[in-house]
Structures are given as structure tokens and as C-alpha cells.
Design a protein around this ligand. Sequence first.
Ligand code: SF4
Ligand code: SF4
Length: 186
Amino acid sequence: MSQMQCLEINTRFAEELDPEGRWNIFSCYQCKKCSSGCPMERDSDLHPHQIIRMVQMGRKDEALHSKGIWLCISCQTCVSRCPMNVNTPAVIDALRAAVARRETPRSVRKVPIFNRVFLELIRRLGRVYELGMMSAFKLGSQDLFTDIEKFPMMLRKGKLRLIPTLPGRRANLRRIFRATKKASGR
Ligand code: SF4
Ligand code: SF4
């Protein structure tokens, strides 16, 4: 990142993500304390402090196409270490929601597809059904053949059930999903 780029502050994207200014995005002064404690730091293309920088600069495409926003496990380490109380996990959540609203490149759209399939199966069945999840994920991501050679071995070892087993008390689970949906206003 060049010196000139560092000075290009653009508030519009940050305002889209955080209209009420609750997450202190512009208080970040790039001390990197967040990134040095982040568990996804090693595997991510952008580190937490860089994600915040992209947002400060209005570099929407880079922020939205980052794999880092999908690797974040919302552990809150970054915000607890931040001297300026920048709410990086909230910014990352907002970036994920923004990605869900637009067409995304193949390289990053697998994670939201996986999340959707996983949650839908939990909602319907009450627990993970691996075979159903794998099939729906592969169809959704249009990637039918990656890791397909592992399939017979997983079947042999009993890692994949052909028929899902259903737990009791699924009504409780459905109530949780309904309440969450209502709380999120969707
Ligand atoms: S710890 Fe806070 S101020 Fe420091 S780089 Fe991270 S977000 Fe910015
Ligand atoms: S909440 Fe996300 S960005 Fe922050 S430290 Fe945890 S994994 Fe890293």
C-alpha cells in the first residue's frame, strides 16, 4: 500500500456499513494489535487491520472479495485488544451481509453457500446430515468433483449416513430460528 493510498480516506463505504458510526472505524490508526492476536491472521489474504483500512479508504471491492471476512470466527480478540475500541468483528459481519446482497466471484462465494446449506439443514433436521450437506453444497457451488475421491472411503468408514437421523425436540430449534429471523428483521 503506497503512502498516497494511505491518505485516501473515503467515508461513503464505512457509512453504508455502519450508518450510526458505532464501530469507531475511523479511529483506527493501524497499530496492528488486532492482527497480531487474530487466529485467522496466518491464512487470510487481508488481516483485520487491513480490512479496516480498506473500509476507511472506501476500497469496497477489495474488502468484499477478501477471503479474510469468511475466515473470521468472531472470537472478539481483535476488539478486546484494540486501544481505540474499533469493532472489527461487527465490520466483518456487515461486509459478509453486503456480500450476500451482491453477485460475488466464485473464489469467495463458497463460504456463504456452505453457511446457508448448513443452517438450512439444521433448521429442517435439527442436526448435520453430512451427505445432504455435501450434495447441496456441491450443487450450489457448481463444484461437483473436488474431493470426490474421498467419498467411497467416508462411506466405508461410516462417516456419511445415507439416511439422516432426526433428533427429538425439533420444535425448540424451529422456535430459535423463528426468533432469530424476527430479531434480524428478515
Ligand atoms: S487494534 Fe484497533 S487501532 Fe489498532 S490496527 Fe487494529 S483496529 Fe486499528
Ligand atoms: S473476531 Fe475475527 S478478525 Fe477479530 S480476532 Fe477473531 S477471527 Fe480475527
